[in-house]
Design a protein around this ligand. Structure first.
Ligand SMILES: Cc1cc2nc3c(=O)[nH]c(=O)nc-3n(C[C@H](O)[C@H](O)[C@H](O)COP(=O)(O)OP(=O)(O)OC[C@H]3O[C@@H](n4cnc5c(N)ncnc54)[C@H](O)[C@@H]3O)c2cc1C
Length: 319
C-alpha cells in the first residue's frame, strides 16, 4: 500500500528532482498513514534516498536500461506498483517522466495529473492543485481512479530532509521487447542542466551579439548557475539551441531566474514563469518582463552585469 516514487538518476547519480519527488512522496505517505517505496534504475547510492523519507528502495540493475526507454521504464514501474499494491505513484516533471507517465497510466488504469505544485488538498476525494494555461492559472483536479499518478512540478515542493534510512533490495522486472534502443548519447555540455539548476542566468537579444556572452557565463559561474537564452538568440546562432527557454524551448522552474536583455514576450514568460524569483535587467522601463519580475534593474546590462559579478565575487571572498 506504500506510496511508490520513481527516482531518476543519470549515470548512477540521483538528479535533484529525485530528492524532490521523494520528499513529496513522504508528505503524501504521511497524509495517507503509509510508507514510501522508491524504484530506481541503475542508481548507485540508493541509501541517499533515506534522507528524503524513503523507507524501501527497489533497485533495478540492468544494462539494457542504461539509456531511457519509455516502454521498458513504464513496465518496470508498473511491476513495482503491482508488487507493492500501490495506490499512489509519484513522478517528476522531467521530459522522460512526462513521456512514460501516460504509458504507466494505461498499464495501471490510473488517472494522471501532471504539473502538480502542492501535496493533495484532499485525499478523499483525491484532489491535487496543478498549474494550467502555461502557468497562468491554477486548477484543482480530482483523480477518481483507484490508482493515482502524480507528476510533481520541478522546484514546486522543494527538498525536505528526513532522518530516516532506506532499506534496499534488488528488483528484477520482466522487460518488454525494446522496440527502440539508444546506440550512443553525445551530450552537448557537461555543465549543470537547465532542468537541474537552482539558478538560471539567461540572455536575450539586448546583449547585441555572441561575443558579449562572456559576462553571462561569468555571472553563471559565480552563482553556480546554468545559462539559457531567448529564442531569437538561439535562432541567430549566438547560443546553442539547448539553451533556448520558453514556450517552444525548455521550461525553467528554477529558484532564481535572471533575465538580461530579454523583453519578456508572452512566449518567453510562458516557459519561465514557474521560477520562484525572477530578476530582470533591461534598459527599457516599459519592457513587459518588469510586470512579471520580483526584482528589476532598469539599466544597461554592460554596466550592471560586470558590477554584479564584482559584488558577488567580493561577497563570496568574505564567506
Ligand atoms: C510561436 C512562437 C513561439 C515562440 N517561442 C518562444 C520561446 O519559446 N522563447 C522565447 O524566448 N521567445 C519565443 N518566441 C519569440 C518571442 O515572441 C520574442 O520575439 C522573443 O522572446 C524576444 O526575444 P528577446 O527578448 O531576446 O529580444 P527582444 O524582444 O529584441 O528584446 C530585447 C530586450 O533587450 C533590451 N535591451 C537592449 N539593450 C539592452 C542593454 N544594453 N541592456 C539591457 N537590456 C537591453 C531591450 O529593451 C529589449 O527589451 C516565440 C514566438 C512565436 C511567434
Amino acid at each position: 500500500m506504500s506510496v511508490l516514487v520513481y527516482t531518476e538518476s543519470d549515470k548512477g547519480s540521483f538528479k535533484k528532482a529525485a530528492f524532490e519527488v521523494a520528499s513529496y512522496a513522504k508528505a503524501v505517505a504521511n497524509q495517507l498513514g503509509t510508507t514510501v517505496t522508491a524504484i530506481t534504475i541503475n542508481a548507485n547510492d540508493t541509501a541517499e534516498l533515506g534522507n528524503y523519507g524513503v523507507d524501501k528502495v527497489l533497485n533495478v540493475t540492468n544494462s539494457q536500461l542504461d539509456n531511457f526507454n519509455a516502454n521498458a521504464y513504464a513496465s518496470a514501474i508498473k511491476q513495482a506498483a503491482d508488487q507493492e499494491g500501490t495506490k499512489v505513484v509519484v513522478l517528476s516533471s522531467s521530459a522522460n517522466s512526462k513521456y512514460l507517465a501516460p504509458l504507466l497510466a494505461v498499464g495501471l488504469s490510473a488517472g494522471y495529473a501532471s504539473n502538480v505544485v502542492e501535496i493533495p488538498t484532499n485525499t478523499s476525494p483525491f484532489t491535487v492543485k496543478r498549474t494550467a494555461f502555461t502557468n497562468k492559472a491554477f486548477e484543482l483536479t480530482q483523480i477518481n481512479t483507484e490508482v493515482k499518478i502524480i507528476g510533481v512540478s520541478n522546484n514546486a515542493f522543494g527538498l525536505v530532509e528526513n532522518s530516516g534510512s532506506a532499506s534496499a533490495e534488488e528488483f528484477s522486472p520482466t522487460l518488454p521487447e525494446l522496440g527502440v534502443t539508444v546506440e550512443s548519447v553525445d551530450k552537448a555540455t557537461d555543465k549543470v542542466t537547465i532542468a537541474d539548476a537552482e539558478i538560471v542566468v539567461s540572455g536575450g537579444r539586448g546583449l547585441k551579439g555572441p561575443e558579449n556572452w562572456g559576462m553571462i557565463e561569468e555571472l553563471a559561474e559565480v552563482l553556480g548557475a546554468a545559462t539559457a537564452c531567448s529564442k531569437p538568440v538561439s535562432d541567430l546562432g549566438w547560443r546553442p539551441h539547448g539553451e533556448h527557454v520558453g514556450q517552444t524551448g525548455k521550461p525553467v522552474a528554477a529558484n532564481l531566474y535572471i533575465a538580461i536583455g530579454i523583453s519578456g514576450a508572452i512566449q518567453h514568460l510562458a516557459g519561465v514563469s514557474a521560477s520562484k524569483v525572477k530578476v530582470v535587467i533591461n534598459t527599457d522601463p516599459e519592457a513587459p518582463f518588469f510586470k512579471a519580475a520580483d526584482y528589476g534593474v532598469v539599466g544597461d546590462a554592460f554596466e550592471v552585469v560586470p558590477a554584479l559579478i564584482e559584488k558577488l565575487k567580493a561577497f563570496k571572498a568574505q564567506q
